[in-house]
Every structure is written in C-alpha cells, then in structure tokens.
Design a protein around this ligand. Structure first.
Ligand SMILES: C[S@@+](CC[C@H](N)C(=O)[O-])C[C@H]1O[C@@H](n2cnc3c(N)ncnc32)[C@H](O)[C@@H]1O
Length: 127
C-alpha cells in the first residue's frame, strides 16, 4: 500500500503547521497521512482550541478512529460521504501513495473539493 511513515518529529512538525493554519476552530482533513492525524489526536489533550480533524485513508486498520475515519481510495476521488461538504476544511494535508501523474491528479480532485484554500502536499522519494 506504499506506506512510508513519518518520524515522530516530522509528524509533530506537520501537525503543528496544520493546527496553526487551521485556526482555533478550524477543520483539518488528513488525506493518506495517518501519522499526522494520530499526532493531532495525541496533541488534543494539550490544546485549548476546538480544532477537529478527519482521516481519509485506504488502510482500514485506521477504522479504529471511529467516526473520524473515512474510507478513501484515490481511484474514486470524489466518492466521499455526503457529510464531507465541498470547501468545508480550513486546511487539507495530503501525502498520496504514489507519485504518478494519475495518482496526483486524482488526489488533487479530492483536495480541491474539500479545501477552503489551504493545502499542504507532502511527497518523498528514496535517497
Ligand atoms: C506514502 S504513505 C503516506 C503516509 C504518511 N507519510 C504518514 O506517515 O502518515 C501513503 C498513504 O496512502 C495510503 N494509501 C494506499 N493506497 C491508497 C489508495 N488507493 N487510496 C488512498 N490512500 C492510499 C497508505 O495507506 C498510506 O497511508
């Protein structure tokens, strides 16, 4: 499933960035970035804001997060639950599984659908 996990430091840095960008009452969508979502959950108890986050992810192990887990397959980029309204997230962070044009184009459709404007797109490659 092309799963490459962030280090603790990277996940924390990305979580802090999306929290800052979302604002005190913001909504964050994490697309194929479960480590960032998990870090946001870890930080929840240390925060006084009312930021909320959802995880859109293919790996059903993350269903353990309950209602905040949304099954997502980039092959069907706009096949989303009705309650995920267009332009309803203050920031969308995405780390697509593949760097192919096909995958990035499809994920871009999801990102554009969900975001009010802010996007944090992460990619990586083997050294
Ligand atoms: C490169 S990893 C990014 C993970 C990120 N670095 C992290 O630590 O959270 C790609 C992610 O895409 C997910 N994925 C795999 N196949 C997918 C698909 N068909 N649609 C959407 N996401 C998929 C993987 O489960 C994984 O979480």
């Amino acid at each position: 499933m092309s799963q490459f996990w962030y280090s603790e430091d990277t996940a924390a840095r990305l979580a802090e960035e999306v929290l800052q960008q979302a604002g005190g009452h913001g909504r964050i969508a994490c697309i194929s970035a479960p480590s960032v979502y998990q870090k946001l959950k870890q930080l929840e108890s240390t925060r006084s804001d009312s930021v909320s986050a959802v995880l859109l992810e293919f790996d059903k192990r993350f269903k353990a997060y309950g209602d905040e887990f949304v099954f997502y397959d980039y092959n069907n980029p706009l096949c989303l639950p009705e309650d995920l309204l267009p332009q309803s997230f203050d920031i969308v962070i995405a780390d697509p599984p593949y760097l192919s044009e096909e995958c990035l184009s499809k994920v871009a459709l999801t990102v554009k659908y969900l975001t009010k404007g802010k996007i944090l797109l992460c990619t990586g490659k083997w050294k």
